[in-house]
Each structure stands twice: as C-alpha cells, then as structure tokens.
Design a binder for this molecule. Structure first.
Ligand SMILES: Cc1ncc(COP(=O)(O)O)c(C=O)c1O
Length: 495
C-alpha cells in the first residue's frame, strides 16, 4: 500500500480480501463471498458494515463480559492513562495501574491467590503458568538444598558456606526438575507452542508437531455419553482413577502441573460432577503437583461468581485469566499465583526467568481496572447469579427439538449438543458435521442475525455465551432464532 492511500478511503471489502488474514479461517471461502465486517456494538448487539444487526450470543469470544456499551467510560480511562503514562514496563519496574490492578484482582481471587504476573492474553497466561510451574520446582529444590546446607554448615566460614550453597543450588537445579503438564481431552488452552501442546484437541496440535514435551491428557467431565446407570459418584471415581493412573504412569516426580478449566468450553460446557474438584486437589497434593485453574473464560463473572475456583472450591495454586479481566476492551491477561508458589521466588537471587514487553501495560491495566469498577457498580456478577436459572429454563425449551440431545452448562455459559437420535444419543459423523455445522448452521445463524458458535472439536455442539448484561429479552431472542434454525437443520438431516 502506498502512503497516499489513507485508511478512511479504503474499500474495506477489497482491502480485507487482499490484506487481512483472519484467524482460524478458511480464507479461500472469501474469494467470492463477503468478509463479515463488524463496525460497531452496543449492549449485546453488533452491527455490520451493511447496517445489519446481530445479537452476539458469544460475547465476542466468550469475553466481552460487560457488553459493548461502555466504550465511552473505558475510553476515558484509557485516554487519562495515555496522558499520564502511555507505557512503562513491568520488567524490574512497577507503575501505579499494574499495582492497583494486581491488588484489586488479588482481593477478588479466592484463598491465598495473591500475586499477579501480567501478560497480553490467554495463551500467554497458559504459557506463563506452565513455565512458572516448571521453574517452581527447581526454585523450591534450590531453596530446600540451600536450607539444608546452611543448617549443617554452622562450622563453616561465611565464604565456604556460600560456596556450598551455590553447589547445592546447582545440584538441585539438576535433580528437582519437573516439566510435564496434564490437561483434559478436547480442552482448548490457546495456540502458542506451550499452550497448544497443552490443548486436548488433536486436530489443532497435529500441524505443528513436534510439540513441547511432555503433555498427558486425561478424561474430561462429559457425562452425556456415559452409561445411563452410572451414578455421579461412580463417574467422579472413574475420572479421578484415570487422573491418578496417568500421573503414576508419567512418573509423579516429573509432573509439574495439572491444568483444567472450572467448566470446560471445548466439547460443550462440561461441568464437573460432585466431588471431582476435591478429588483433583487431593491427588495434586498427594503427588505435590501444582493445580492450575484455566479461568480465561470462566473468570470474571461468566459462571455467576468472580472465579469458577471460588464457585467450586477448587483451591488452585495457579489461575490463568484474560478475556473477562478487561471484558476484552484491552489485551491483558494474568497468571495469579498462590503465596506458596511465590515463596521460593522471594528469596535470595531467585527469579522467575520470564517476561513480556506488554505484560501489565499501563493503558491495558487502566482499562481492566475500569472494567472491574463497572462490573461491581452494575452488579454484573450478581446479575448472572440471579438470572442463570431463567437463562437455563429458556434454553431448555430447545430440548423439545429432535436434533437437541443435551443442554448443559451453568451461569451464562451453555452448550447445546446436537444428535441424530435423542434415544441412542447417536451423533453426526465428520462429513455430516461438515455439511450441517459449517455448510448450514453457522451461515444460517449469521444470516438470521445471531452470533453463536457451531463447534465440532468434540461432539457437535452450539456454544452460547452472551455478554453478562443479557436479560430475558435476549434469552428469548437467541433461543427463538436458534430453535428456528435447528428445526430447519433437522429437516435437512431427515431428507
Ligand atoms: C480456556 C482458555 N485458555 C486459553 C485461551 C487462549 O486465550 P487467547 O485466545 O487470549 O490466547 C482460551 C481462548 O479461548 C481459552 O478458552
């Protein structure tokens, strides 16, 4: 592009086709078709470049928690920060907004999750959590070895003791190493190489192999396809046995982190059975493995609590968050670490050897702070807790349709699983998914003015995750459109 072509005169359609590379998108599909261009938003609604309105039942990407209506206020917060300090780094320095945001989030996070390491998004948060878990064990090992040397070295001179401590550190760094991560099948945790390796979706991982060693995948909490006679208790036992067996097989002393979402998104809003989280925590404690709750979607109100970890009493050592932290008005994420994880990094020359230029960016932090202020003032989390029953009841009307096998989820986070036969729960094969989900459902929903996601990374589901300001009017509207389109899809299946 030449410098004389300025942005306002650009033919957006043409420029999008020629210059923009959309994420996870078959670009060939736009050789003839229009690229959808979203130009503005308000509340739960979006408008495209043709002036058409959409109900955004996906909140952007499970992320615009306060909806699109707070641009003015958020913009003022960003502008004020731009005037005061447009950028400074968290590499060795602090600045007021990062400090304030860290304290604010620590006050909302459960238990002793008190320390925030800021990053730019969800994948970076997962990446950083895994690196932190890896380094935690060597830092802890160094500390333990150093403590042993110091306690037994009272007869040594200061210099000799220092040499012995250094030697002990070197030994510990070589021996107390854990690097493996465990996540669940079909779970999505991001796309950077570490986060991608953690993903439980083979089709996403395969093009990029070999991946980062080593990740093991355990069963997820999808109950829909389990035997009807299995009790919840039996299901929990089955899942926990699998986790424990996987750890034993991997070698417990090599496993650094178990990472799981409070409610798993990919596969379709899998809520864990009773006793599951207590069991996972117990197993992690027994093998001294760090438990990370990936709250990139679940955090900041989606489940009707500030954190899913609080709702389910998960007691994680690490939490990853991003999207809802700023309601996606800014690109900011974080790893929240417990006091226990932080401890070995507070001593001597110990340091978490990791950093990102934009981590804790002051403008992004100011926007995230404003987001939390708005969420509190507008009682967003309370609204989800109060309205989740009505939302569920409205969505459950879809169960009357023969193509709907299951409606599951919690808070404002749901999935509708599509089946060929409600009795047998038989799903669709790959070819049927291609024609039904990609060929028909996704474009038809968009045509009808509803944005939600038809997803077949596991069994085929439609994911529903509206902004947290949605009310009965939006519940009815989205259920109505979705119901019409699913009924239409059924006529195609039966043809
Ligand atoms: C649970 C979870 N973790 C991590 C990520 C990656 O986040 P990002 O797309 O911001 O890198 C996502 C994204 O959807 C997610 O859902």
């Amino acid at each position: 592009m030449t410098s004389t072509e300025s942005a306002p005169t650009v033919d957006l359609q043409r420029a999008a086709r020629e210059h923009l590379w959309l994420h996870f998108t078959r670009m060939g599909g736009y050789a003839q078709a229009e690229v959808p261009i979203i130009v503005r938003g308000d509340g739960c609604y979006l408008e495209d470049s043709n002036g058409k309105r959409y109900l955004d039942a996906l909140a952007g990407l499970f992320s615009v928690n306060i909806g699109y209506g707070f641009g003015e206020e958020m913009g003022e917060a960003a502008a004020a920060q731009m005037r005061e300090l447009p950028f400074y780094t968290n590499w060795s320095y602090a600045h007021p907004r990062a400090i304030e945001l860290a304290s604010e989030v620590a006050s909302l996070a459960p238990g002793d999750l008190n320390r925030l390491f800021f990053v730019s998004g969800g994948s970076e948060a997962v990446e950083s959590a895994w690196k932190l878990a890896r380094q935690y064990y060597s830092a802890r090992g160094e500390r333990r070895h150093a403590a042993t040397v110091v306690s037994t070295a009272s007869t040594l001179s200061t210099d000799e003791a220092a040499v012995r401590v250094d030697e002990a550190r070197a030994v510990a760094a070589g021996t107390e190493r854990r690097w493996k991560a465990i996540s669940r099948h079909v779970a999505y945790h991001g796309t950077t190489m570490g986060a991608l390796s953690i993903n439980g979706i083979p089709a996403l991982r395969m093009p990029f192999e070999p991946l980062v060693p080593d990740v093991l995948h355990v069963r997820n909490t999808n109950r829909y396809h389990r035997p009807a006679e299995e009790t919840e208790e039996e299901f929990t036992r089955f899942l926990l046995d699998d986790l424990e067996h996987t750890i034993e097989t991997a070698g417990p002393q090599t496993v650094a982190m178990v990472i799981m979402e409070p409610v798993q998104n990919a596969g379709g809003a899998f809520v864990a059975p009773a006793g599951y989280w207590r069991g996972v925590r117990e197993i992690c404690d027994r093998y001294e493995i760090l438990l990370c709750a990936d709250e990139v979607i679940c955090g900041f109100g989606r489940l009707g609590a500030w954190f899913g970890s609080e709702l389910y009493d998960i007691r994680p050592d690490l939490v990853t968050c991003a999207k809802g932290l700023s309601s996606s008005y800014a690109s900011i994420g974080a790893v929240i670490a417990s006091d226990r994880v932080m401890e070995p990094f507070l001593e001597g020359s110990s340091m978490y050897s990791h950093g990102i230029t934009f981590g804790g960016h002051p403008v992004q932090a100011a926007v995230a702070l404003k987001n939390i202020e708005i969420m509190k003032r507008e009682r967003i989390v309370e609204h989800v807790a109060e309205e989740q029953g009505a939302f569920r009841a409205t969505l459950e009307q879809l169960l009357d349709l023969p193509i709907v096998g299951d409606v599951r989820g919690t808070g404002f986070f749901y999935a509708v699983e599509l089946v060929k036969d409600q009795e047998t729960k038989a799903g669709f094969d790959d070819e049927e998914c291609e024609t039904l989900l990609r060929g028909f459902l996704s474009p038809r929903l968009f045509e009808r003015g509803l944005i939600c996601r038809a997803d077949d990374r596991g069994d085929p589901v439609v994911q529903i995750s509206p902004p947290l300001v949605a009310e009965q009017e939006q519940f009815d509207e989205l259920t109505g459109i979705l119901g019409d389109v699913l009924a239409e899809a059924w006529t195609k299946v039966k043809r």
